[in-house]
Design a protein around this ligand. Structure first.
Ligand code: NAD
Length: 813
């Protein structure tokens, strides 16, 4: 081709990046062992696995096939190192993390080339996106190591963390896992994905180079069934951090249920890319390229569903096809290539089969006229039109360069279509009307929303899902809480030094008598020696109304002496269903003003305070505790309501300034409908300590009061009724805690479940939550001192009641 021809076609020539240094690095090492205690060790199995270059289908090298014995050794190393690393001052940890970031930059080209060879992604991406973001992640978290003591007082590291990552961003996912873990003082055992371990092994060399304490970072390669499962089940691992598919995430939720291991899950997605008719279509086209052809579409947050306003759909589709025709596919080490290879032959087959299914289901498939390379695993960019929202290709994560497009007419329809998925990872909104875009963004069920941009990431802005895209965040301050716990949780000496209803004896030694009932006593008429108490029937409270139980049965409530002091409704599945329906109908609560929510919480406090004596007597009656002690509980409850009234308009989001022209709005959003099972200790304070933060943050709730002492909660509906609370925001269903919790945890329309009760019940809730991957918060059978504000209220509760949505808003011409 001569210069004239090049000018005419405006085609690129090849611009190959040299593979030689990376190949020499591989050759020098021949095979790779496991990295444990800063040593390279042979796998117990003596077996090795081929690591394949997906752009040629040929082996690059061999990696160790670890097994459970290796995991045992790695966990032991991490446990040993935790003794020191967990106590190492933040500044020293920060120095090590700074050194890691520097060394990543020093080896950046080798890492970029290795990543391309191993994964098949274009060098342009590994060089300009993956590796710089890896370095940025370690710098950012070096800062949090430095600041931990001042910014997270009262928190301590979790301990040994097992981390499992996928193959699509091998080194970046490693950074997202290891950086926050180390910053917070944890030690780790990381399992890279089977197909893409090489940059993790180069990272291990960096750990050696910088002289990190042996055992702080351990890397065990191998198959999921050998290494991954052993890590998840290991009894000495305190937390599992997982990124991967929703199905595997679900199995991890089940495997860890009841173990007390902390769990964070970053799972799959089917993210919408919404284009309104006033969008700048040329920018939109480039956005689509970045959304679905970046990394061959093997991106958890890929904009794989194109939703276009009807009147511009034809014009946009035509432009997209023209652009697709110009995309370049081929050798990932060619700097002029847009699309590299699919990671493995198995993944390629999966994409091919889903695309064939799309055609069978009647959608119209379009691919560019050019052909893909025949060596290696390549798949052309693909566009489906005429797609119906319920079909497989519109619902299932294809994880390949395949875009499905649908149309909408109005913004409301766009939101409905966008949210018509079980996932909730990310979304893009394209419109030149910022009012429209900012109105739509909060309505999308997604952890990240990009406005007029897509697939932007930064360490300062947390990333993570809603719904079946998982729970937990990586990045930002919110991501740090995945790797810490309140220090008081491990302070064994002080967990039982407070009264628990069951065991508490009255302070003055005397038993309160039954006539110390909630009814006031008037003078007796002649002929009567005492008034019979007026019978009171505590009802359930559903949709703002007192409700009788569907079962028609009641259950007795006893005092500590075993005397019957009342009956409450025996709630069942039907009552819970009605309550969930009411809670859903009340979801407008989240859209109301925080000022209004604060006012209502203050009003509740006012109304409770006016009935202090009545509520105190009820506590005495149920628990046998001294009257002064019960009064103290009511007063603490009033104060708690004040606290959450105060927090309603103060637990706000942040504005991040990532390295781009623009801002990221980190908004703390309500989770949605939360099921809450209350503790038995402190029947009133325990109940309010859970419902107040939930509703303060805009959630609507179904609450199961203390099973043992439910009458404080059933009395409370009278306070709710007089406090202007909209119907359905708080629903109270009494009955057997575990039966009712099971229904809530199984329910697909419940978004989170809090359970404060016995360990066995916690396990059941965690197991059942795997159905729709609802977020859970359980007590693992440990009672809490609700009177102590450091344990019974505050940011821990508010964080559990919210999820962060990051809205990226670039600006400038
Ligand atoms: P995968 O779930 O098959 O595997 C992920 C990791 O888990 C691998 O290391 C694998 O070996 C291991 N694993 C598999 N089964 C296991 C088990 N039973 N026990 C323990 N470990 C097990 O996912 P993948 O195919 O490697 O990656 C693609 C998926 O990852 C996609 O669904 C994608 O959306 C998701 N992903 C999510 C994010 C995010 O941040 N949300 C980021 C990247 C990828």
């Amino acid at each position: 081709m001569n210069v004239m021809e090049i000018f005419e076609t405006m085609d690129y020539g090849p611009a190959p990046e040299a593979a030689a240094p990376a190949l020499a690095w591989l050759k020098e090492r021949q095979t790779f062992g496991l990295f444990i205690n800063n040593q390279w060790v042979k796998p117990a199995s003596g077996q090795y696995l081929d690591s394949i270059n997906p752009s040629t289908g040929k082996p690059l090298t061999q990696i160790a096939a670890g097994n459970s014995a290796d995991v045992d050794a790695a966990v032991a190393a991490a446990r040993g190192a935790f003794e020191l690393w967990g106590k190492t001052p933040g500044h020293i940890r920060a120095r090590y993390m700074y050194a890691i970031a520097r060394h990543i930059q020093k080896h950046s080209r080798l890492l970029a080339v290795l990543e391309s060879l191993d994964n098949g992604k274009p060098i342009r991406e590994t060089r300009d996106i993956d590796i710089p973001l890896v370095a940025r992640h370690f710098y950012y978290h070096a800062g949090w190591a430095q600041l931990m003591a001042s910014e997270l007082p009262g928190y301590e590291p979790v301990g040994v963390v097992g981390q499992i990552i996928p193959w699509n961003f091998p080194l970046l996912m490693l950074a997202w896992k290891i950086a926050p873990a180390l910053a917070m003082g944890n030690t780790v055992v990381l399992k890279p994905a089977r197909y893409t371990s090489l940059t993790a092994l180069k990272f291990a060399e960096i750990i050696q180079e910088i002289g990190l304490l042996p055992g702080v970072v351990n890397i065990v390669t191998g198959e999921a069934s050998q290494v991954g499962e052993a890590l998840v089940r290991h009894p000495d691992v305190n937390k599992i951090a997982f990124t991967g598919s929703t199905d595997v995430g679900r199995s991890l939720r089940r495997a860890t249920a009841g173990s007390g291991k902390k769990l964070s899950l970053e799972l799959g997605g089917k993210s919408p890319f919404i284009v309104f008719d006033d969008a700048d279509l040329d920018s939109v086209v480039e956005g689509i390229v970045d959304a679905i052809w970046f990394n061959q579409g093997q991106v958890c947050c890929a904009g794989s569903r194109l939703l276009v306003q009807e009147d511009i759909a034809d014009r946009l589709i035509e432009k997209v096809r023209a652009r697709m025709e110009k995309l370049r596919i081929g050798d990932p080490l060619d700097k002029a290539v847009d699309i590299g290879a699919i990671v493995s032959s198995a993944q390629l087959k999966q994409i091919q089969s889903l695309v064939a299914q799309g055609v069978e289901e009647g959608a119209v498939m379009w691919q560019p006229s050019w052909a893909c390379p025949t060596d290696g695993y390549f798949f052309p960019p693909t566009l489906f039109t005429n797609v119906s929202p319920a079909t497989t290709i519109a619902q299932v994560e294809i994880f390949g360069p395949v875009l499905v497009s649908m149309t909408f007419r109005t913004p409301a329809e766009a939101v409905a279509l966008a949210n018509n998925t079980r996932y909730g990872l990310a979304a893009s909104v394209w419109s030149e009307n910022i009012n429209l875009a900012l109105d739509v963004a909060p309505k999308l069920k997604a952890g990240t929303v990009w406005i007029n941009c897509t697939n932007l990431f930064d360490a300062s802005s947390g990333f993570g899902g809603y719904r079946e895209s998982g729970f937990g965040r990586e990045g930002g301050k919110e991501g740090l809480y995945e790797y810490v716990r309140p220090a008081w949780e491990t302070d064994k000496s002080s967990t039982t030094d407070f009264p628990i209803a069951k065991e508490y004896a009255p302070a003055n030694g005397s038993k309160p008598s039954l006539d110390e009932d909630v009814e006031d006593h008037a003078p007796l008429s002649d002929g009567y020696t005492e008034f019979p108490p007026i019978d009171r029937t505590p009802k359930m409270f559903i949709n703002g109304k007192q409700a009788r139980p569907d079962s028609g049965y009641s259950r007795n409530v006893y005092d500590p002496e075993g005397r019957v002091i009342g009956q409450v409704g025996e709630g069942n599945r039907k009552d819970i269903r009605n309550a969930v329906e009411a809670a859903h109908a009340a979801e407008g609560w989240a859209a109301g003003t925080t000022h209004n929510r604060a006012q209502i919480l203050y009003y509740m406090a006012e109304n409770l305070s006016a009935r202090e004596d009545e509520f105190a007597r009820r506590i005495v009656q149920q628990t046998g505790r001294a009257h002064e002690d019960a009064v103290a509980e009511v007063q603490a409850t009033v104060s708690r309501l004040f606290s959450y009234a105060a927090w309603s308009d103060k637990f706000e989001g942040d504005v991040h300034r990532p390295p781009l022209r623009g801002v990221v709005l980190a908004m703390k959003e309500a989770i949605g409908v939360i099921g809450i099972a209350c503790p038995d200790e402190y029947p009133l304070l325990g109940f309010i300590s859970l419902i107040a933060p939930a509703i303060a943050m805009g959630n609507t709730i179904i609450v199961i009061p203390s099973q043992q002492s439910p009458l404080s909660a059933t009395d409370f509906y009278q306070v709710l009724e007089t406090s202007d609370l909209p119907d359905g925001v708080v629903n109270i269903v009494t009955g057997d805690r575990d039966t009712l919790s099971q229904v809530l945890a199984d329910h697909d329309d419940v978004d989170a479940m809090w359970y404060f009760g016995p360990l066995e019940g916690c396990k059941r809730v965690e197991l059942a939550s795997a159905g729709n991957m609802k977020r859970t918060w359980v007590s693992y059978g440990h009672p809490r001192n609700w009177l102590d504000p450091a344990r019974g209220e505050g940011e821990e509760f508010l964080r559990e009641a919210t999820q962060v949505k990051n809205i990226w808003v670039p600006y400038g011409e």
